[in-house]
Design a protein around this ligand. Structure first.
Ligand code: LLP
Length: 405
């Protein structure tokens, strides 16, 4: 697996900061963004990093310094973005099933807002009328994405306003003269097939004539990154070329200058992240060799929750002979990271590294079994620094009211 940090860098970070440990590489995030930029010239495309993937403020700061915009899925993410110094006009808030109060709060912050229900659109119209340009998220009824848990555009998905409710949507728009500036579609995560994004362009094509004030087409996120050693991600040059073509075509057809927006999460940070754990115990059971490590589903839940593959290397013995292992966690659950996985021979105390840990790794971690959340460190310009410390025992008690003894 291609790593943009060396084994020595990963090992020295693990020794210095202890394990389990999340390690990120700033330059990789910047190069991912620059790669996107270089392929979407014609459409004046704007990219909004979907920060739900990883919200540490040092990571957000790298994204901001790179010149990228930011997409938020909660009001607190938007507040983190403002805290880091993103300008409101560079912040997008794509809401789903949120209270109308939260939408109002976002509007008072002056950020772009995507509304995803007729109910909230009606409330928005009654309160703000035509005074604030707004985005509307539609559900295109397209099945896409790596698996059902991360598919969001199909006809049973909770996300967005179903395209079949176009008449109701238009009626609300008309009643309050709402200025709909953006149409939004996000069909899922890990979409390899460029044709899926072009299907969204076709859905926009059918909608544009009904919404003369729309000048932005937001295609959401979902670019696939390689998780397996020989896997291919979304073909970004092809996607860029196709989207450029679609935007040119639609701009001409509807006589408006349309712009494409995207909200990549995984693409921006997945490959920049490494999760390092240490082997506590080796246990043989028949043909199975368990490698029990000092972490579990509390720190990296993707393998258990989505059956996600994360490549594992033994950085303490990278050139050792490969053997099959079951890599398991230390949580009181069946938290199997990998089954029958070929890994260079493992000894107790070795450091194992999980790749693609930047997106939805730390961000989905918890204190389950009253264990500490790991520390996070960042390599930038070859220098490593701590960007969030490991929990302490006091942290476990911090939010709990003391016992009255
Ligand atoms: N935009 C919207 C509206 C989204 O809901 C999402 C992801 C994104 C953008 C970014 O998608 P990405 O580029 O990261 O695929 N925890 C799951 C992924 C959940 C994605 C949720 N929404 C995982 O670890 O696979």
């Amino acid at each position: 697996m291609k790593s943009s940090l060396t084994y020595d860098q990963l090992k020295s970070a693990a020794s210095e900061y202890g394990t389990p440990l999340y390690v990120y590489h700033a330059e990789k995030i910047v190069s991912q963004y620059q790669n996107l930029l270089s392929h979407f010239s014609v459409a004046n495309t704007r990219f909004f990093y979907a920060c739900k993937a990883l919200t540490n403020i040092h990571i957000l700061d790298i994204v901001k310094r790179a010149g990228c915009n930011i997409d938020c899925s909660s009001i607190n993410e938007a507040k983190l973005a403002l805290h880091v110094g993103f300008e409101p006009q560079n912040i997008l808030y794509t809401s789903n099933s949120v209270s109308f109060d939260e939408i109002c709060e976002a509007i008072y912050l002056g950020i772009h807002v995507n509304i995803d229900s007729l109910s909230n659109l009606e409330k928005f119209g009654a309160k703000f009328g035509a005074t604030y340009p707004i985005g509307v998220r539609v559900r295109p009824n397209i099945m896409a994405g790596g698996n059902l848990k991360i598919s969001t555009g199909h006809d049973k998905s909770k996300f967005g306003i179903p395209v079949t409710q176009l008449d109701e949507l238009k009626a609300i728009q008309k009643k309050y003269n709402i200025n709909i500036a953006t149409l939004h579609i996000h069909t899922g995560s890990e979409i390899k097939d460029v044709a899926v994004f072009i299907k969204s362009a076709d859905v926009f094509d059918n909608l544009l004539e009904h919404f003369p004030t729309v000048n932005v087409l937001d295609f959401g996120g979902g670019f696939k990154v390689p998780y397996q050693p020989d896997e291919k991600g979304t073909d970004i040059p092809l996607l860029g070329a196709e989207v450029n073509k679609a935007i040119e075509y639609l701009s001409k057809k509807y006589g408006r200058k349309l712009t494409a927006w995207f909200e990549p999460g995984k693409y921006m940070v997945s490959e920049s992240g490494y999760f390092i754990a240490q082997v506590n115990v080796l246990k043989k059971s028949g043909d199975i060799e368990f490698a029990g490590i000092n972490t579990g589903l509390n720190h990296l839940i993707r393998p258990m929750f989505y059956d996600a593959y994360h490549h594992i290397d033994n950085i303490s013995n990278p050139d050792g002979d490969k053997q099959p292992y079951a890599v398991v966690g230390n949580i009181c659950e069946t938290d199997t990271f990998a089954w029958d996985r070929e890994i260079p021979a493992i000894k107790e105390g070795n450091f194992l590294v999980f790749y693609n840990a930047g997106a939805y790794g730390y961000e989905m971690s918890s204190n389950y079994n009253a264990r500490y959340k790991p520390a996070q460190v960042l390599f930038e310009n070859g220098v490593v620094k701590l960007i969030s410390r490991r929990d302490t025992f006091e942290d476990l008690l911090l939010l709990q009211t003391p016992l009255n003894k």
